[in-house]
Ligand binder design. Sequence first.
Ligand code: C2E
Ligand code: MG
Ligand code: MG
Ligand code: MG
Length: 283
Amino acid sequence: YTAKRRSEDIVVYKSDFVTSTPESLSLLSELRRAVTNNELRVYLQPKVSTANHKVVAAEALVRWQHPEKGLVPPYKFVPFAEQTGFIREITKWMISALAEQWQALQQENRLFRVSVNLSTRDLLSPSFPDYVRQTLDTFDVPTSGVCLEITESAIMDDPAFAEQTLAKLSNMGFRLSIDDFGTGYSSLGYLKRLPVNELKVDQSFVFGMMDDANDRTIVQSTIDLAHNLGLDVVAEGVETAEMYQVLGELGCEEAQGYFIGKPMPIEAFLTWREQWQEEHIEA
Ligand code: C2E
Ligand code: MG
Ligand code: MG
Ligand code: MG
């Protein structure tokens, strides 16, 4: 196996390899059941504009409502799903689920964006871009309303192929975002060439920013770099009012984090949004 080869044979071989223990075999079959039985849930976390506090977007984060284990967080199954390739099923499920809820999420006179997290496996699947667009078309969702979040490491797995897929997605009108920026070892040379619109400053730097001068410097430099490349910046992990304030002063356009709102089921998100707008935005 080499990173350059990605025929279906290779994918099957890799997944057989990873799923050869009894535990992982049963997790895989449980995940299959989760999709068939509708056990996955979309949680939405708000993204707010630091300039006017408007709720401009939300990131979709998957949860698994397991019949015995309760609500299972993504770290317990997403890495496994990525190794086995099953993540592609989860991504497809997520995109359909969001497309169905699209109209309910929109507000008057303004496009409300949703973000979806992609994995390497999505980027390396040649049929992925057309599949996503078709699903969105069915529900009249414009590609410009959907932001795709990709980590640096997902891109650097096979940069040339990822670049092709990203170009295709960008031409279709999707907004592209680099997630957890600063934690992977991406090359700035690639960043410059990729058709991305947004950088997300990793939460580790945001957490450290209030009492570590180095973290503050990293956050400031990332914001400046992004702006010089014509990109918008989102900070994740904004947990306090002070962090929110400072990020606005540093020029970061959007903020996401527990200070603003935790990930919530869609119904709860809609209620939360009404309340936030009432409290923070004059009519
Ligand atoms: P991510 O995309 O970087 O998402 C941000 C994570 O940080 C989320 O965790 C979110 O709940 C958490 N977070 C947000 N604000 C704060 C904050 O202020 N403080 C702290 N301590 N944490 C905050 P979550 O939902 O557990 O997701 C973890 C990771 O799992 C995500 O990181 C993403 O890489 C992955 N993931 C989640 N859903 C999906 C999905 O549908 N598909 C794929 N491929 N990956 C997903
Ligand atoms: Mg993300
Ligand atoms: Mg992130
Ligand atoms: Mg992350």
